[in-house]
Design a binder for this molecule. Structure first.
Ligand code: HPA
Length: 262
């Protein structure tokens, strides 16, 4: 972390950390007075695997008036990263003083009423990735080894997100996000299994970060863009990116309204 402080990070006393999921990079351009660093230049950051759509840069500046750390690009377990590496952005957010993290992602719809283009506020999750960033203890310094996960997604932030949607003219659905390892998409039988387990949408990220954030005492908010109905024969990473890209302005409007209340 020392190298980040030496480079001036933490200067603006960032309160919020925003993790941009696949295809959300455009939001980074909203940051005022930004300064940034590539992940590969941050001490201790694993080399990014270079999944398309993830630019891998940390930017600090004012996002809609709120001092914010914007992580453009995240680490995925399916890229071969170790579980503890999936917590590194949360460690940095915490070390630089952020108290709230907003985790964004793309997901496939499981619940009947969810369609591509819908926005989903994550109210809870099911971790089916087969890994946990806290396993091994002491690997996430400063983190509680056994954090409670009831109420992991902050109820106040969840309500604020739904209200932000109303202000932005968007319906925000609430739902349970199931995280799987990937990188293959789900079979229809797996989607049926996930539905029976109580999942409304499925994706390949976010949950390790939410766990690490709770272990570090950060407030967590999760917002997912539904890019497809899960289990289809045409599911593709390119389709996910295109949908995220096409919907970025709607997504940005909701986040902007959310930030007005932060
Ligand atoms: N499954 C898993 N991850 C995803 C999907 C999906 O259908 N869509 C976007 N991310």
């Amino acid at each position: 972390m020392a190298c980040l402080r030496d480079a001036g990070f933490g200067r603006d006393r960032p309160r919020v950390a925003l993790i941009l999921g696949s295809g959300w990079g455009a939001i980074e351009r909203e940051v005022q007075d930004p300064f940034d660093i590539r992940y590969e230049d941050i001490d201790g950051f694993p080399p990014p695997a270079g999944t398309a759509g993830h630019e891998c840069r940390l930017t600090e500046g004012a996002l809609w008036g709120v001092p914010t750390l914007v992580f453009r690009g995240r680490y995925h377990a399916y890229e071969g990263h170790e579980a503890r590496d999936l917590a590194i952005q949360m460690r940095i957010a915490h070390a630089l003083g952020a108290s709230t993290v907003i985790l964004t992602n793309a997901s496939g719809a499981i619940r009947e009423d969810l369609q591509p283009g819908d926005l989903l506020a994550i109210r809870d999750h099911v971790n089916l990735m087969g890994l946990n960033p806290l396993a091994g203890f002491e690997r996430v310094p400063g983190a509680k080894p056994f954090p409670a996960m009831g109420g992991a997604y902050d109820a106040e932030l969840l309500d604020m997100l739904v209200q932000a949607g109303e202000q932005a003219g968007e319906t925000i659905h609430r739902g349970v996000y199931a995280a799987v390892l990937g990188p293959s998409f789900e079979t229809p039988a797996e989607v049926e299994m996930l539905r029976r387990l109580g999942a409304d949408a499925v994706g390949m990220s976010t949950v390790p970060e939410a766990i690490a954030a709770r272990a570090l005492g950060l407030r967590v908010c999760g917002l997912s863009l539904v890019t497809n109905r899960a289990g289809g024969s045409e599911d593709s990473h390119e389709g996910t990116l295109k949908s995220a890209h096409d919907n970025a302005p709607r997504f940005a409007n909701v986040l902007k309204a959310l930030f007005a209340g932060l």
